[in-house]
Design a protein around this ligand. Sequence first.
Ligand code: DX5
Ligand code: ZN
Length: 216
Amino acid sequence: MPAPVVAPSLLAANHGEFIAGLHAIEEAGLTWVHLDIMDGHFVPNISFGPQVVADLRPRSKLHFDVHLMLTHPDRFVAAFAKAGAERLTVHIEAAHDMGQTLAAIKAAGLKAGIAMNPDGDPRRLLPYLASVDLVLCMTVFPGFGGQAFIPSVLDSIRFLATERRARGLDYRLEVDGGVNAETGLLCRAAGADTLVAGTAFFKAPDRKAFVAGLTA
Ligand code: DX5
Ligand code: ZN
């Protein structure tokens, strides 16, 4: 099994020093950054928008893995594509036509991801699995970093890993929220190959050791 991708979430970095946060990710030898976009409506928090992403874009070669926690993500596909996102992930729970939004993301030349909250039924994702490059199983209820991992989501991860094999698909299986040195390995064993870690990465005394523990 290939080593998983570890994608630190900039939400857990100092928001007045995003460039330093990106450098910390690069210095840890990683290639992805997870950018959590929150509208204060779909989730009870506001983070940052397309302008921040656009201003960070020329400052980093990291893969911009953008997670749209927006009620109307379809309205922002063009703005984040223009800002330099390489990948946009949208929630099944949001108020939009998922098929149309995924098509718009791909028409903009970006990788398309579908996300589900921890209480979601993974069978709701089945109609879209052949159309996405990534499936995100939230392991916390979205809105804030530093929350406790919800272990029941491991069943959804296993289900989606089984479906991936059974259907001969190759979407990435991403997890996000409460992922640390221990829970990340549980997710990996369940079939996840893309691990978002915000708090655990930025608070790690030795970030390279933290990454090594998840990817060995
Ligand atoms: C939560 C976000 C997560 C979060 C990471 O709504 O989607 O990406 O920033 O969480 P922690 O800090 O627990 O890794
Ligand atoms: Zn996220």
